[in-house]
Design a protein around this ligand. Structure first.
Ligand code: 13P
Length: 245
């Protein structure tokens, strides 16, 4: 179901005490927002963040998980482990994981299916590189990524999924896609989903150098349902400005 969602991705930042302080600062500032607020935090912060966010409207997510249920996968974390402490969301297929940890469309799809089967809500990331953009391949790349990521899912699954369109050249660079370009790419993702599932009623976020200064312009576009925010989600006051754009 389409709704406004502002999600933070802390990446490999923030210690538990910083996470708890963040939640305590943010919670009163966002208590009246109609937008859904999510923070996706490192594994070591999850438990502390969940406890601190318990009676607030802040939702908590992880940034990765394995697709297997359990077993000899040293260093990995399973969906059941996340569920056991009440984690609600999990980012799947972030470009940094595709780039540095060899995640592929196939493993993204395996993870999405496991997450859904375990009752976790995946935030599925797609996006093109600068080279692909310059070759005019943006739409081809992102529609193929989303098609493979959502392979073998049902229309019903869509209501438990958030998609994030994050052009890789805009991540952490200060370069934001223009609101028209971001909207157009997201419209194409929506069309691809519609052709597969018969509906495009799915929440799709934009990510890549979202800041308090550009949030409103981006989030009021016809097809953009909110943002996945990296750097600007590390400071509660700054993130609050984006939530309450
Ligand atoms: P920045 O907002 O720091 O560009 O990061 C975006 C991102 O990768 C969120 O997942």
């Amino acid at each position: 179901m389409r709704r406004k969602v502002i999600a933070g991705n802390w990446k490999m930042n923030m210690l538990p005490n910083e996470a708890m302080e963040f939640v305590n600062t943010l919670a009163p500032l966002v208590k009246d927002t109609k937008n859904e607020v999510i923070i996706c935090v490192p594994f070591t912060d999850l438990f502390y963040t969940l406890l601190t966010a318990q009676d607030t409207n802040i939702h908590v997510g992880a940034q990765n998980m394995h697709w297997e249920e359990s077993g000899a996968y040293t260093g990995e974390v399973s969906a059941d482990m996340l569920k056991s402490i009440n984690v609600e969301y999990v980012i799947i297929g972030h470009s940094e994981r595709r780039q540095y940890f060899n995640e592929t469309d196939e493993t993204v799809n395996l993870k999405v299916k496991t997450a859904l089967s375990k009752g976790l809500k995946p935030i599925v990331c797609v996006g093109e590189t600068l080279e692909q953009k310059e070759q005019g391949k943006t739409i081809e790349v992102i529609t193929s990524q989303i098609s493979k990521a959502l392979e073998n899912l049902t229309e019903q699954d869509l209501s438990n999924i958030i998609v994030a369109y994050e052009p890789i050249w805009a991540i952490g660079t200060g370069k934001t896609a223009t609101s028209d370009d971001a909207n157009n790419s997201i419209k194409e993702i929506r069309n691809e989903i519609k052709s597969k599932f018969g509906t495009d009623d799915v929440t799709i976020l934009y990510g890549g150098s979202v800041k308090p200064e550009n949030a409103r312009e981006l989030f009021t576009m016809s097809d953009i349902d909110g943002g996945l925010v990296g750097g600007a989600s590390l400071n509660a006051l700054e993130f609050n400005k984006i939530v309450n754009y």
